[in-house]
Design a protein around this ligand. Structure first.
Ligand code: SF4
Length: 459
């Protein structure tokens, strides 16, 4: 059956728009893995005769930029793909035509995750793309046919394990876990209430679901209970029973969050992907030292598109606060989170956290991180208040590191998994990331007064 007659095979991420702006940013910043067909096609051409003047025609090398070793397009000394020519033109496209470009380039910014219940796949979007981040262009639905053709051109998606691990010792059939993710996406996109309230309802819902440890969502009773949880929590948040927690994170939680910041601030630059052991070693030492400085509360931040690096303490003290209730913040955060949950980012093949709950914990912690980066972007351009473009730069910046690290493996992995499986602490970092220290004190005093009033009223 053709793509045109079977369009329902794909479930597209909600609320995503995209039209390529030919900015060439992806060619400069992202690795380009090659399929055997790509390698054969590139090898069959003599690239020394092109305008790039590729000497020796070294067009691909073996690299492992995201932990998987394999052939990738070579990079120029400044880190760009070797085929990127002047004017952001792709030399492969100019010489051999669009269909000859590596499959990864043609698929970008689509991001596929395997589907269930008769769906071939979920299609999400990479927020590293400036058009996706700014939500500009045509709706994802208008790219459905192309997305299906490109999916069918490549090797079949590796399905995640079935059942899907959710938390320690607890797994669910994929189709059932998707029901939970659908409830979360529906809550997040339910406009008319501030994003923070919707995210708070999601966090409380996930906590309830985690604690209930339902072993079988297939039966109608647990399913009804699940829907009841979602509805009940939403009503409670609406009535103000749950409030955004305003308390300091624990020491270990703070350390984890600082590491997330360090990772987002120091993504591996493209020229490092094919670096030799000495350069990789030097970078490793640099990462270690930088990590220590972030843990100590210092460190540098440079959002995508900003020309200068800024000290994090400078951003916290001097940048305008990020008002999460402002429409630009609400829109950007809703867009980012709904797209990731409905596009099933956490279930993509190769996502480095196997269990869905800590992966969700990692996703929710992107919330305060986006606020911090947006303020940095605003300060870098000398703005008086955080605007839509700052949020677009922020989501691109955090996305460069998102889903690239196996936080739950290796040394300390067990402790981090435990921390990430608790989704609420994401809120503990919001005030630190969004407010200036002087505003923080005022906000704390207000919250204390509100709490006292609520306690008095309940007596
Ligand atoms: S092959 Fe072409 S489209 Fe792909 S990254 Fe290189 S320059 Fe960009």
């Amino acid at each position: 059956m053709s793509a045109a007659t079977e369009p329902r095979k794909l479930a597209l991420a909600k609320g995503v728009r995209y039209t390529c702006k030919r900015c060439g940013d992806c060619c400069r910043t992202l690795p380009v893995p090659l399929t055997p067909q790509d390698v054969a096609r590139l090898d069959a051409h003599d690239w020394t005769a092109t305008s790039l003047g590729l000497r020796g025609a070294v067009v691909h090398t073996a690299q492992a930029p995201r932990g998987v070793w394999g052939p990738h397009t070579a990079r120029t000394p400044d880190g760009a793909c070797v085929f990127l020519a002047e004017g952001n033109v792709c030399e492969v496209e100019r010489t051999l035509g669009r269909d000859a470009k590596p499959l990864a380039c043609r698929r970008y910014p689509f991001a596929y995750a395997p589907g269930s219940e008769g769906k071939l796949a979920f299609v999400g979007a990479e927020f590293t793309c400036s058009a996706v981040a700014a939500n500009s262009g045509k709706p994802l639905a208008s790219h459905r046919k192309l997305a299906l053709e490109l999916l069918e051109e490549g090797p079949a998606l590796a399905a995640p394990s079935e059942p899907v691990p959710f938390d320690r010792g607890l797994s669910y059939p994929r189709s059932e876990l998707e029901r939970v993710l659908d409830l979360i996406a529906a809550e997040l996109e339910d406009a008319g209430r501030p994003f923070v309230d919707r995210l708070l309802a999601v966090v409380r819902f996930v906590e309830l679901f985690r604690r209930s440890s339902m072993s079988d969502l297939h039966a109608s009773a647990p399913r009804t209970m699940l829907e009841g949880f979602a509805k009940g929590v939403r009503e409670q948040v609406k009535r103000g029973v749950h409030r955004v927690p305003f308390r300091p994170p624990t020491f270990f939680e703070r350390m984890l969050y600082r590491r997330l910041i360090a990772r987002a601030c120091r993504p591996t630059p493209p020229r490092q992907w094919s670096a030799g052991p000495v350069r990789r070693g030097v970078r490793g030492v640099g990462d270690g030292l930088a990590g220590l400085s972030y843990l100590a509360g210092t460190g540098w931040i440079q959002p995508v598109g900003a020309q200068q690096r800024l000290a994090i303490h400078q951003v916290r003290i001097s940048a305008p606060p990020a008002d999460v209730y402002a429409p630009v913040a609400d829109g950007a955060l809703t867009h980012y989170f709904v797209a990731h949950v409905s596009g099933r980012s956490l279930l993509r093949p190769g996502f480095p956290i196997a269990e869905t709950l800590p992966a969700l914990g990692l996703l929710v912690r992107q919330f305060p991180l986006i606020l911090l980066f947006a303020r940095a972007a605003c300060l870098a351009r000398g703005g008086a208040q955080v605007e839509g473009d700052d949020y677009a730069a922020a989501v691109r910046s955090v996305e460069l590191a998102w889903g690239q690290t196996s936080w739950t493996r290796g040394l300390g992995g067990r402790r981090r998994r435990k921390l990430l499986s608790n989704v609420e602490p994401a809120f503990h970092h919001v005030a630190w990331s969004a407010l200036r220290p002087q505003d923080l004190e005022r906000a704390k005093a207000k919250a204390d007064a509100r709490k006292q009033a609520a306690d008095q009223a309940s007596k």
